[in-house]
Every structure is written in C-alpha cells, then in structure tokens.
Design a protein around this ligand. Structure first.
Ligand code: OOB
Length: 544
C-alpha cells in the first residue's frame, strides 16, 4: 500500500463530512478549473512577465502533465517542489493535482539538510526546481540532493512547464482515465513546528478543496476578485486561505509577485487592479512604512479592498494603522499548515478586527482550550488550543511516534498555541507552548538549531530561543555554555550551519555565551527564564 504513511480521518467522521456535503469526492485540480470552460478568455494568472487566460492555463497544465508523464512520474508519486514565485507554479500545481502526482511544498530557503530529509521522509521520486532563485543555483543544489538521497532526478520547471496558448479554443479535457481525488493525497504542506526537521502534512483533494472554498466564501471572493500572491506560493496562506486556489475556484485572477517589497508589489497592484492580498506582519509593516515615506504611493493601492495579515502575531498598534493608512480593510488570519484557519470577518466591528485573530472559518471546526492537565479552562482564560475538523488531518506523514504526542487519542491536534477566547467567540493568541522561533512568519525549530550548534567543538550545552526583534517580531537567539577553556563565536556557529547545509533562516541572529543555563525543577533547560535573561541584552546583539 503506497499511502500507509498517512493517517486518514476515521470512517465515521469521513462519512459525516461527505454526507454533509463538505467533502465532494472530486479532484481538486478539476474543482479549481471548473470555471475555466465558461470563461476561457478571462485572465487566470499574471506575473510581471506573462499572462495566461483560463484557456491558456488549462492548455499549459495539460502540456505540463504530458511532460510529467514523459518523465515517468505517475499518480501516487511524490515530488519535491522548490519553485520561485512565478506564473509557472500555477499550471505545475494543477497538472500535479489532476494527475495525482503529489507535490511536497518546499520553501526556496530550504537547503541540502531540509531537502534530503524531506526526500526520505516523503519517499519522493523527483525534485522540481526553478533553476536559479536570487542568485542561488537550485538546480545544482537539487542534483546534489539527488545524489545523496532516494530521489531519482532533478527537473528544471522551465523545461517542464512550457507556455501554451489556447488560441481561444475550448480547453481540452485532461481528466480522461482514472483521476485521483476525494480522500487521496493532493499535496503535502510542511510544518516548521517542533521536533527538529520539517514534518509533512498530507492534505487530501476533499479537505483542501473544502479549505479553499470555505476561505473564499468567508472573504467573499468572486469572479471579479484579483488576488496578489506575495508570500512563498507553497505556503498554506497564499495557496488556499483563500489564496491562489480560492481565487481561481471562483473564476477570479491571481497575480504572482516575485517579491514582497512594496517597490515591486505596489505597481503590480496598480497595474492589475488587485483587490485582495495576504501578508505576514513584518511585510505589512514594510508596506505601512513605504506609504508613510511616500504618501503618493498610497494611490497605487486604490483598488485594494482586503488585506489579510497572519502567520505571526500582529501587534494591535500596527493593526490599527492598516485601515487609515493603506485605505483597505484588514482581516487577521490565524492559521496553520495542519488545518484550522481562524479569520476575522469582513463585517466584524473594529475592536474584533484590530484586537483579535478571529474565529474558525468553518462551523464544522471544533476547538477546545485546555489547561496543562487536559481540562477545559474557565471561559476567557488562556490555555492550549486543540482542534479537529474537516480540513485538519489526524496525523503527520510517516510520524507514528510523534503523532502520539501531537494528537490526542480522540484525534484532536495540539496546536501548541496559547489562546484565550472572548465572549464573542474570537480568539486572541497569547503565546505558545511549542519550541519554535517564529521569525517574521517563518517557523524555525529550536531543536534543529541546537542539533547543529552541538556539532561545534567548543559547545558544551546549547539552547535556541526566540528573542524580540523590531522588524521580524522574533529572531533566532542561541545561548551556549562553552566547554572549559574553549570559546565559541558566531563565526563558529555559522560555519557549522553551512557545513550542515541548513536553511539560512536557521542561522542564529544573536549569540550569548553564558556560564550556566537556568533549569526547571526537573532539571530541564528553563527556556522561559533564559529568554527573559537574554532579552534585555537585545541592544548589544551580535548580528551576523
Ligand atoms: C501559518 O501557518 P504555519 O503552519 O506556517 O504556522 C502556524 C503557526 C500557528 O500555530 C501559530 O503559532 C502561528 O503560526 N500563527 C500565528 C498567527 N498565524 C499563525 N500566531 C499569531 N497570530 C497569527 N495570526 O502561519 C498560516 C497558515 C494559513 C494562514 C495563515 C497563517
């Protein structure tokens, strides 16, 4: 059985989701392109270089599917995808979905260490890459990973995804033959959560289609919506919350931005009359700064109706500036690759939009807030958020042992987030109970940073912690106890990071050599106290 590494929803629960019409049993790619036949001439995708109509998109996805088949990739195969933000991502994704080839959504920041791990974890057969991204030769990287892993080949997406014009002809039907769908795997998202290297989350055709459709409904997307995809396209937020899949599923247009910089995004918004986009708080802040510095640039944002912000905590003081300074509505989104998406609603009162991270997007989401003993907290008290629902899978891929920790016996996912629920149902994220660093929305496992730090000969003990950062929200702090008579410098640590082939975002931003770590009662490193001890040193940081 090829999918034995995947945890399915229990049969009775799946049956209920189907009976309620939440899960529709089809192929996600087909569902997303359902509107293409009615409007082959409408624009589906723009990027700074190319525009594709819905007809072109189907024709291009079709040609891509043929190229995937020619590369001997078949339904059920898994492929690592490390693609830059360009138009090619969209037909590539649709081709994979319609052929049942399962993309594993890697980030362009991933290097040898993460890619090799993901290849083994997911038992992927190939890696599909944009050859060069911001000066990094990803094809060379991919070839190196092929040599060191079970991967059979590296393929440049420029050759895999040709631009095919449909010349107004109705889109061909690619769906002939057995098309995977329903509860089959559609794609794997990655979790940067706890426990070392990234884990994979299998999202099915049914659950992800429901995810994109529900988010699009909450955000009131329609055929006139124009969505600017700014964040890395393989991330759940720009992909399906509602993102690319949500906007295409309603017949709208996606504009792909190669960069989050306001100098790049603002002209794209103006040129394509963008109506909605999604940002992490760090980038939202940069956009606000841009408008403050150059008030005329605000005119570029005229068409923008909705700015979604999520991925890490948006400070109330920044939230309150978005409406008045950017001239669009704010929606806070508190989501996760593992499923549950919370959103403030478009007609929510000001205090909800500015002061909360919203509530579950579906009435079928179940949430509970628990104390450390697993009991529901008193109303309004902070506690650990757990969740189940029609788009929250019941386990990570190929992670039986870890799943026993991350999920309760009755299938609730432990998010690791500490929240409180207001009487109006909205959640406020108060903190977290998981050992990660949320660096500008990118999640870094403290354990992985420590694992590499321990390779440094001078390091006796290592602890990575989140430290405050004015622009990123959090930065990677590393505290070490040196071996007697030895020194440890930032250069030593960075050299180990390089030797390990780790993603650049994991490199510590700040290093502290301390005499000893504070310990908890049971003798574990007390990271809460350590963070407090290091945070005041914020000003004297050593920056790489
Ligand atoms: C999104 O997904 P991931 O998988 O990169 O990260 C999930 C984690 C959450 O468990 C939480 O710790 C944090 O990121 N987070 C937030 C937040 N949104 C996510 N913390 C505070 N406030 C928020 N608004 O980050 C993600 C996925 C889909 C949509 C939006 C975000």
């Amino acid at each position: 059985m090829p999918n034995q590494d995947i945890v399915k929803w229990p049969d009775d629960v799946a049956g209920r989701y189907r009976a309620q019409g939440l899960w529709r049993g089809g192929n996600l790619g087909d569902a997303i392109l359902a509107r293409a036949a009615d409007r082959p001439d409408a624009v589906a995708v723009h990027d700074p270089e190319t525009s594709l109509t819905y007809g072109d998109l189907v024709a291009t996805a079709d040609a891509t599917a043929a190229n995937l088949a020619a590369a001997d990739l078949r339904a059920g195969d898994r492929v690592l995808v490390q693609v830059a933000n360009t138009w090619r991502f969209v037909p590539l994704l649709l081709a994979c979905l319609r052929r049942g080839i399962v993309p594993v959504m890697c980030l362009t920041g991933h290097r040898d260490r993460e890619l090799t791990h993901l290849a083994e974890l997911t038992r992927a057969r190939a890696i599909l890459v944009t050859a060069v991204v911001r000066g990094t030769d990803h094809l060379a990287l991919a070839r190196r990973v092929v040599e060191r892993s079970r991967l059979e080949r590296a393929i440049d997406v420029d050759t895999l995804v040709p631009c095919v014009r449909s010349e107004g002809s109705p889109p061909a039907d690619m769906s002939a033959g057995a098309v995977p769908g329903g509860e089959d795997p559609a794609l794997f998202l990655l979790s940067g959560g706890t426990g070392g290297l990234p884990k994979a989350i299998c999202r099915t055709h049914d659950d992800y289609e429901y995810n994109a459709r529900t988010a699009a409904a909450v955000c009131e997307f329609s055929a006139s919506s124009v969505y600017l995809a700014v964040l890395p396209l393989g991330h759940n937020f720009p992909l399906a919350c509602p993102g690319i899949l949500g906007v295409l599923g309603t017949g709208g247009t996606v504009v792909v931005s190669p960069s989050p910089r306001p100098e790049v995004c603002f002209p794209l918004i103006r040129r394509h009359r963008v109506t909605a986009t999604a940002l992490v708080p760090t980038i939202a802040q940069r956009w606000l700064d841009r408008v403050r510095q150059d008030p005329a640039s605000r005119a570029d944002l005229d068409s923008l109706r909705l700015l979604q912000v999520g991925g890490s905590r948006l400070a109330d003081s920044v939230a309150s500036r978005i409406g008045p300074e950017l001239g669009c509505a704010l929606q806070q989104v508190f989501g996760m690759a593992e499923g549950l998406i919370n959103m403030t609603r478009l007609d929510d009162p000001y205090d909800v939009v500015v002061g909360t991270q919203g509530r579950p997007m579906s009435g079928h989401d179940e949430i509970r807030i628990l104390d450390e003993d697993g009991r529901t907290v008193d109303d309004g008290s902070p506690g650990l958020l757990v969740t189940r629902g029609p788009y929250t899978p019941r386990g990570y891929v190929n992670a039986a042992t870890y799943n026993r920790q991350a999920f309760t016996a009755d299938g609730w996912f432990r998010t690791g987030d500490v929240v409180r629920q207001r009487p109006d149902g909205n959640l406020v994220v108060e903190g977290r109970d998981k050992d990660i660093i949320n660096r500008g929305g990118e999640k870094i496992s403290a354990e992985d940073v420590e694992e590499i730090a321990y390779r440094c000969t001078g390091v006796l003990h290592a602890a990575a912690v989140a430290l405050p950062d004015d622009s990123l929200g959090e930065r990677v702090g590393l505290a070490v106890v040196a071996r007697p008579g030895q020194t440890v410098t930032m250069d030593d640590i960075h050299a180990e990071m390089r030797a390990a082939g780790a993603a650049r975002t994991k490199y510590p931003d700040q290093l502290h050599v301390v005499d000893a770590f504070p310990l908890t009662g049971v003798g574990k490193i007390d990271k809460k106290t350590l963070r407090l001890q290091l945070a005041p040193a914020h000003e004297e940081r050593t920056t790489a």
